[in-house]
Design a protein around this ligand. Structure first.
Ligand code: BEZ
Length: 211
């Protein structure tokens, strides 16, 4: 199945390293990140899960839950968890879904048969409080993800959910943002009391409104 931006994230029940979950219920009212890794006891995956565990507080601050998945079972995940804690220095602090029947992988199109017909690629799905998919990323098995980039896009998504703005090239939290084209100059003056600078009619920058 192909998941597109704006789709409702498919719901499922699954066994995880923290017990059985019903995905939408587990997400609750906040944001969620579902990300797949190809296989347990593999080097890149081990660095990734340890790296996300070490940065979990940043996701908590953003009201965002993390959940990983791979086609291994929970018993395997539980054995692997010790290695993740040992190598990263942070015990794994979010659940990993056991998906040996490929239920979640198939629902989210995480197996790309022309890359590998049994293992998942490195997918990232950011899901909003409305349970809709806000962002998808796909990396091959050979490329580990970048936590800074995931936090950066989450900040951008949460900002544009709150204000009529988008974020420019290489934006990071605290930088100027772009005022949506649907907002007139008059409305922008009222909505963005710090003012704005107009480069073109369609390109207006304002200081980040929630800073
Ligand atoms: C890894 O995590 O290192 C990995 C996993 C599956 C295939 C290739 C690399």
């Amino acid at each position: 199945m192909t998941i597109r931006l704006g789709d409702v994230a498919p719901d499922f029940t699954a066994d995880t390293t923290e017990g059985p979950i019903s995905f939408h219920e587990w997400l609750g009212d906040g944001w969620g990140i579902l990300f797949s890794h190809p296989k347990d006891f593999t080097p890149v995956c081990t660095t990734e899960l340890g790296g996300f565990a070490a940065r979990k507080a940043e996701f908590d601050q953003r009201n965002t839950k993390l959940i990983a998945v791979s086609v291994d079972d929970v018993e395997s995940h539980n054995r692997w968890k010790a290695d993740i804690g040992e190598t990263s220095g942070t015990p794994l602090n979010f659940p990993i879904i056991g998906d040996e029947k490929h239920t979640v992988a198939d629902l989210y199109g995480m197996i790309h048969p022309n890359a590998n017909d049994t293992l998942t690629v490195r997918s990232v799905f950011i899901i909003g409080p409305d349970k809709k998919v806000k962002l998808t990323l796909t990396y091959p098995a050979s490329v580990g993800r970048n936590v800074d980039e995931i936090v950066r896009v989450l900040d951008s998504l949460q900002l544009s959910a709150q204000f009529p703005v988008s974020t420019p090239l290489n934006w990071k939290d605290g930088d100027e943002v772009i005022i949506a084209g649907s907002v007139s100059d008059e409305e922008a003056t009222a909505k963005f009391p710090k003012g704005f600078r107009k480069v073109k009619d369609y390109l207006r920058f304002t200081p980040q409104p929630n800073k």
